[in-house]
Ligand binder design. Sequence first.
Ligand SMILES: [Zn+2]
Length: 350
Amino acid sequence: MRHFLLASLFLPLFACAEPEPAVETCLEVILTGTQGGPPAVNGLAGAGTLVRYGSLANQCNDTRLQFDVGRGTTMRLSQLDLTPNDLDAIFLTHMHSDHTEGLIGLMQLRWHFTGGPIDLVCGSDIEAGDRTLSCRAYSEHIGDAFVESGEIAQRRAENSNRHADGPAGLISLLEVPPSKVPKVVWTSGDVTVSAITVAHIPGSLAYRVSTPAGSVVIGGDAGNSVSAPPRVSSTSEAVEILSKDADILVHSAIHPVFGAESGSTFPAVAYFRQSNAFDLGAMADRAGIRHLVFSHLIPSLDAESHGPFGVPGGPLGETDFAALAQEGGFDGEIHVGGELRLIRLTNDKK
Ligand SMILES: [Zn+2]
């Protein structure tokens, strides 16, 4: 009887209910650093991309994911009014310092202001000849210099809410084993992150973030699995699989002027493990990408040199990279570097 009464009370309500309007959501991709490789260049932060997703009403700011943490990332985040405590997860594409060195300061600051644990997603330990590339070791030792200097103990004496193990104690490590197919590595609500193993150095990963507002692939420094010509392309076969019909591809790009045939003395091993801008245009076209974003530019825009290596023919601008991608066959939107460059997608008008 009681059930019957409840049903009769509620039925009219259900019958009259309008369909809920879908929540408007958005995805933002922001370049937190565009410098390519280890050199320090005036005004450029090291490699990194912030991806955030959420309701339009909250300015896409519900979930915040940082991909790679190069030099100066914390400062770039501050320009977006974000602190290390605001990040929900961090993803590393590979264990090269120009992609990882900023994590040390970022985690120290998160520890200092008693931020909570954070997921760190990166490749599992991998043997490479007589050495091991280990994100695990990197994360476990992330605060060692501050522990050894006595700072961690000194600051804990002032505020015992700080984690006893220092910054390393805040990292929840999610190691990704090698995979030739995309695998889901992280999820939260409507956000899914997949990863695939790519060629660059052993253990390198590319990531795809999928949300109702759109998708973005972070290719990192990926290159072709054939490490030098002759080969069909300088781009990564795995990134191409991961990028199929993605809205945005953010990728490192090298200009062919750094090839030996242009007279460059740039090391061949470093040149051939990157994707060049022409081949990236061709790949983005095949994959059906809408926005091709070049970051981690080699050489940097308007630079006379890349570290000790001069730019043959003189400095390059945005159009020099963009023209190559177009010649490669890409006719979508091209974005060449730009610190804090922002691309926003929304679920109603992609
Ligand atoms: Zn690298």
